[in-house]
Design a binder for this molecule. Structure first.
Ligand code: OAD
Length: 234
């Protein structure tokens, strides 16, 4: 049987890999307006600006390497007696680079292109423009395959099923400001799972967790994984 663990990750887990968070003082949302670069309306108004934003982030993410927190989660998945699902809000692929296999990108990924005309998906080129023709329908309506505000996150049914079966829910490096992810802790708590927050500072939803550990992800995630694996092995 083993333990069922669902882990939610956010920008904080990739911060020490050099990728910016959104809501910290010097974060992405201090430099760009959400309405301009992360909504369908912003894309309709100025697709070039939106592509420039995501092209820059794709290039940063391609150069980034996983840190100790990503590696520890991959080790936990490999060694755990049970199942582990990572639900990430991140559009980088640092979990996969670290070797994690069971990862759902609920806010999409920088590695994907999406046709706004026919919904066809394909691998993103390093630099994307709206004029790139869709390989399926040839429409020049290419957009990044990321979920914007006002759009429905991906994999919600699978995530809810996983939460229904969870013994432990862990939230790592996320501010708890964005729904529906911010509600996963309530779902897990409701079905009787243990809930744990690992974050630099208390998130907006910290009081909803049974246990909170504060510090940089590269330290507190490997510490928690070591404790979890010690239990598995005992
Ligand atoms: P945020 O920028 O909102 O929050 C990042 C969290 O990580 C904060 O609570 C920080 O305290 C914490 N943090 C920063 N550095 C850390 C470190 N070294 N170790 C541990 N924690 C650290 O990012 P998200 O919660 O991921 O959505 O944001 C959620 C969503 O809002 C994103 O997926 C994105 C954004 O708008 C869309 O674009 C749709």
């Amino acid at each position: 049987m083993g333990t069922n663990i669902v882990i939610l990750t956010g920008a904080g887990i990739s911060a020490e890999s050099g990728l910016g968070t959104f809501r910290d003082e010097d974060g992405l949302w201090a430099q760009h307006r959400i309405e301009d670069v992360a909504t369908p309306e912003g894309f309709a108004r100025n697709p070039d600006l939106v592509h420039a934003f995501y092209n820059a982030r794709r290039s940063n993410a391609a150069e980034a390497t996983p840190n100790a927190a990503h590696h520890a989660l991959a080790e936990l998945e490999a060694e755990l007696d049970g199942t582990l699902l990572i639900v990430t809000q991140n559009v980088d692929n640092l979990h996969e680079k670290a070797g994690s296999k069971n990862v759902l990108h609920m806010h999409g990924t920088l590695d994907g292109a999406l046709c706004a005309a026919c919904d066809h998906r394909w691998e993103a080129p390093p630099v994307m423009t709206k004029e790139d023709p869709c390989p399926a329908c040839a429409a020049p309506a290419t957009r990044p395959d990321v979920v914007w505000f006002g759009e429905i996150p991906y994999f919600m049914e699978r995530i809810e099923q996983a939460l229904d079966a969870a013994d432990l829910f862990v939230s790592i490096g996320t501010s708890g400001e964005v729904y529906p992810a911010a509600n996963f802790v309530a779902h897990a708590d409701h079905i009787g799972a243990h809930t744990l927050e690992l974050n630099l500072e208390p998130s907006a939803g910290a009081s909803r967790f049974a246990e909170v550990h504060l510090g940089p992800a590269s330290e507190i995630v490997p510490d928690w994984v070591a404790r979890e694996l010690a239990q598995t092995r005992s």
